[in-house]
Design a protein around this ligand. Sequence first.
Ligand code: PGA
Length: 255
Amino acid sequence: MARWPMVAGNWKMHKTAGEGAILTQNIDPLVSTIWEDVEIVVCPPFTALKSVSTVIELDKLKMGLGAQDVYWEDEGPFTGAISPRMLVDLRCDYVIVGHSERREFFGETDETVNKKVHAVFGAGMVPIVCVGETLATREAGETEPFVRGQVRAAVDGVSVEDAGRLVIAYEPIWAIGTGRTPTPESANDVARSIRATIGAVFGQPAAVAVRVLYGGSVKPENATMFFGEPDIDGALVGGASLDADSFARISEAAR
Ligand code: PGA
C-alpha cells in the first residue's frame, strides 16, 4: 500500500493572524497542482488558527490544518490551555505533539505526550508525534533505542486502527534550526526503526500504514535526498515553511 506523502509546516511562534492568512494564500497557488500526490499541512500558532482556517474554507484550499500543541482535557479550570474540542471547532485535522521545544521549554514528558495522543485521537484528529535524540545521545550511539522508547511511550494504549493513522516525525534535536542534518541513510535507519516499533506493538498493517516524516533543517536544497529514502514519507518543516516559495518547493520535492 502506497503511503500518501505529507509535508507539514510548523510555523512555531511566528505569524500573527493576518500574516498567517496571507502566507496561506501565498502558498496555495504554488501547491494547487500537487496536493493529490502530497498532503500539505500548515500548523500556525493558536492565535492564527482561526484566520488560516477561514482562508482554507472560503477559498476551498486543499490544505490540511494542524495545531502545534493541545491539552488533554476537554474543558475545565486549566488557565491558558487549549482543548481538543476547541481545535476541532476550528477544523484542525492534525496536532503536533511532543515537539522537542515543548519537551525542552514547557515540561512535556513521554507521559504527557501519551495523554495528548489519546486526546487528539479521541477528538477525531490525528497527532503528529515528534521524537528525536540529542547530540549526546547520538554520539553515545544510543539513538535508535532512545527513539524507540519515545515511540513506545507515545503510543501506549492506542488502538490498532488509530496506530495506522499516526504520523511520526523523526526530528534529531541537534538538526532543528541548525542547518545540520543526518545523512539521508541514517535518517532512514531511524525511520525504519520507528516503523518496526509500530509493527512490534500493533502488527504489520499498522507498520506499513504509519507515516514517518523527517524534520530538522529541511530546505528545498536537501528535501529530495530525504524523500528518496524508502521509510521517509515526507517532512515536518520549521524555518523553511515560513516562506511560501521554499515550502512549495519542498512540497514539490515530495511528489
Ligand atoms: P527547522 O525546524 O526546519 O527549522 O529545523 C523543524 C522543526 O522543529 O519541526
